[in-house]
Each structure stands twice: as C-alpha cells, then as structure tokens.
Design a protein around this ligand. Structure first.
Ligand SMILES: [Zn+2]
Length: 170
C-alpha cells in the first residue's frame, strides 16, 4: 500500500502548514499506522472541524481535479476506511484537527454530502516525535523536482509554484 507522509511547509497555493517555524518537515506514519491504530481512538468527527491541505479550494483543485494526483488517488480511495487526524496540531484554518492521512477520502465524503465520519484521533504531542526533516522522506525525489535545496523559504515557494504550473500544463 502506498503510504503518504503528511508534510509541514509553506506554499502560496496551500498556505502555511509549517510546524514550529521549520521550513519543511514530514511526519513519518509507518510506526503510527502499524502499531497505534487502536479501536479506542476511533471517534465520529464533524468534517468541518478538520483541516486538510487544499480545503479552502474546495470544490476546485480537488477530487477528480486534485492537483497532487490528477484525481487518481481520489478515484481509487476507499472512504469507508477511517482517516487519521490529530488535535494540538497547527493549521492555517485554525481548525480543531489536522488531517494526517485521509485527504482524498475526506474529499469523497464532502462530495457525497456527508458532514461527519469516523477517524482515528491523536494528540499531536504524542506523535510529534515522528517528525523528521523532509530530506529523509522517501517520496522526496518525485515531489520536489529536485529544486528544493533545503536552504530556505524562497526555494520552497519556487518549487511549489513550479510544480503547480507543471500540473496545469499537462
Ligand atoms: Zn490528490
């Protein structure tokens, strides 16, 4: 199964998702997914209380027009599988929860007109020890176009806008 690791960074398109002022961080999900998804964490949560990257664009640039996957992850996801969210996690919407895994599933739920769903809920303080520099992220090579050198915000902004332009020109 392809595993997406939530990323914490700023871009003009998505807003400020930085964590504690770090330019790019990634939360490693492997241990959490393999060991911490226990039934006692499952809660029914209102979708509007969850921040997810691209939320303010809905219904544009999401779903079948998703800018990260050209709609492929959206089409093939299973919205009946609970997503993973955390509270005590900063987000540009100042929502109670931040989506960690399940961004395409929540798009599906929203397009279906749902207002709530089940999620695995974490206190982010409990799992922030899994934060790491993005250069350790195995997905880096196909997500940065090789232009991010880790040196500062300017390069992050550039690579993000480049990536969006590339997607739009397809
Ligand atoms: Zn996508």
């Amino acid at each position: 199964m392809k595993r997406n690791h939530p990323r914490f960074f700023y871009s003009t398109f998505h807003g400020n998702w930085e964590f504690e002022g770090n330019n790019i961080k990634t939360l490693g999900m492997k241990y959490i997914t393999n060991n911490m998804l226990t039934d006692d964490r499952l809660q029914t949560v209102e979708l509007k209380e969850i921040a997810w990257r691209g939320k303010h664009h809905f219904p544009y640039h999401v779903g079948r027009n998703c800018s990260c996957c050209d709609g492929q992850s959206y089409i093939h996801c299973d919205p009946s599988i609970p997503g993973i969210i955390a509270y005590n996690c900063p987000n540009p919407y100042d929502n109670k929860y931040r989506m960690l895994d399940g961004r395409h599933r929540i798009m599906r739920l929203l397009f279906e007109g749902k207002s709530e769903s089940k999620f695995y809920v974490f206190d982010f303080n409990e799992i922030k020890r899994f934060m790491r520099d993005d250069k350790e992220c195995p997905n880096k090579s196909n997500s940065t176009n090789g232009t991010y050198d880790g040196s500062g915000v300017q390069s992050i902004t550039n690579y993000t806008s480049n990536r969006i332009i590339i997607k739009r020109n397809k």
